[in-house]
Structure formats: structure tokens, C-alpha cells
Design a protein around this ligand. Structure first.
Ligand code: GRF
Length: 202
């Protein structure tokens, strides 16, 4: 279909954010089509979520492969699929500066905390254990750091006294499924620029 931006989604696991993005595209809320889903794990359930929707998939195992070589294979697959944007959705590998430079300001990630608090793994548990009263999710542009790029959208949730890391994660996940399509829609449909670290929409 003309006018749709081609997107590659990279994931390592469940794929619920992939589903949220795919459904938002199918509803016409995001003017994009998911051209390819890539996983570094051949057994990622997210690949099945893609197949169910007729989205092309590629498993490019990372184990036992040098990072440079693995990233080259992933970047080549993205370019072969003619994807202009890359959405990380639970992709459990840090991208090198060389990979990030291949898709400048065209890689987006979702993180289950209000960055810059609680970057890295198990962010929901980190926020819960720290005693934060509010947490949420962040959609950000990807730079060469870990969860450190410019923020596009954040959504908040309360942390309740009787929460467990799991109940908090479930509350955050609901907001992730709203935030990711919303951020992508904004990036694709509105004029925006970076002022320092700040993503400014006109
Ligand atoms: C989400 O919590 C996302 O914020 C984090 O990894 C998780 C992926 O979940 N980066 P899913 O595979 O999209 O269900």
C-alpha cells in the first residue's frame, strides 16, 4: 500500500508490543506496515504472533556469533525488507554505535519505567523495590547507550501498596500498548526535531 512507512520490529520474547503495533497499523492509526519481524531467538513467541498475522519473520540467532557479524546480518535483513524505521520491542541485545549509526534517529525503543529512572533489566521490579510511588513506560529514540536516548512519549501508572513486581508490570504493560503506537504515530505524522536531548513536535 502506498504511503505507508515500512517498519522492522526486533524482539526476543513474548511480542505483546508487536501485537499492539500491528493492530494499530491494521486499524489505520499508525501509517505504517510491519515489513519484517526479526528475533535473535528462534523460539521467541513473538515470532508466532507475527506469523499469525502474515508478517514476514526472520530468526537471526545471536548465540555464538560475534556481535559485529550478528548486527550486520540484522541490518542487512532490515535493508532488504526496505524498512525505514526499526522498533525495538523487548529486544534483549544492546545495539552497537555502528548499528545505531546505520539508522540515524530511526530506531525506537519502549522501556517499562519512567526514564532516566530504572534503565536496564527488570525495570518494573527496580521501581517497585525502590519504593517509587509512580512508574510507567517510556518510548524513546535509541542512541548507543542503554535506554538513554531522547524521550518521545511517557505514560505513568501508580505503584500501589499491595503491588508485586508482577502486578505493577501488568499495569505498566497496558500503558505500553497505548504509548508505543501513539509515539510511532507522532514520529511518522508530525514534524519534529531534536533540541539537545529534547524531542520537539511542531
Ligand atoms: C516490555 O515490557 C518492554 O517495555 C520491554 O520488554 C518487554 C517486552 O514485552 N522492553 P513484549 O515482548 O512486547 O510483550
Amino acid at each position: 500500500m502506498a504511503g505507508l512507512t515500512r517498519i522492522a520490529v526486533l524482539l526476543s520474547g513474548r511480542g505483546s508490543n508487536l501485537v499492539a503495533l500491528a493492530e494499530a497499523c491494521a486499524r489505520g492509526e499508525v501509517p505504517a506496515e510491519i515489513a519484517l519481524v526479526i528475533s535473535n531467538r528462534a523460539d521467541a513467541p513473538g515470532l508466532d504472533r507475527a506469523r499469525e498475522r502474515g508478517i514476514p519473520v526472520a530468526a537471526i540467532p545471536g548465540k555464538g556469533v560475534a556481535r559485529e557479524e550478528h548486527e550486520r546480518l540484522v541490518a542487512d535483513a532490515i535493508e532488504e525488507a526496505r524498512a525505514q524505521w526499526v522498533c525495538l520491542a523487548g529486544y534483549m541485545r544492546l545495539l552497537s554505535p555502528a548499528f545505531v549509526a546505520r539508522f540515524p534517529q530511526r530506531i525506537v525503543n519502549i522501556h517499562p519505567a519512567l526514564l532516566p529512572s530504572f534503565p536496564g533489566l527488570e525495570a518494573q521490579r527496580q521501581a517497585w523495590a525502590h519504593g517509587a510511588k509512580v512508574s510507567g513506560c517510556t518510548v524513546h529514540l535509541v542512541d548507543a547507550g542503554c535506554d538513554s536516548g531522547p524521550i518521545v512519549v511517557q505514560r505513568t501508572v501508580p505503584v500501589l501498596d499491595d503491588d508485586t513486581p508482577e502486578t505493577l508490570a501488568a499495569r505498566i504493560l497496558e500503558q505500553e500498548h497505548i504509548a508505543y503506537p501513539a509515539a510511532l504515530r507522532m514520529l511518522l505524522t508530525r514534524a519534529w526535531r531534536l533540541e539537545g536531548r529534547r524531542v520537539i513536535f511542531d
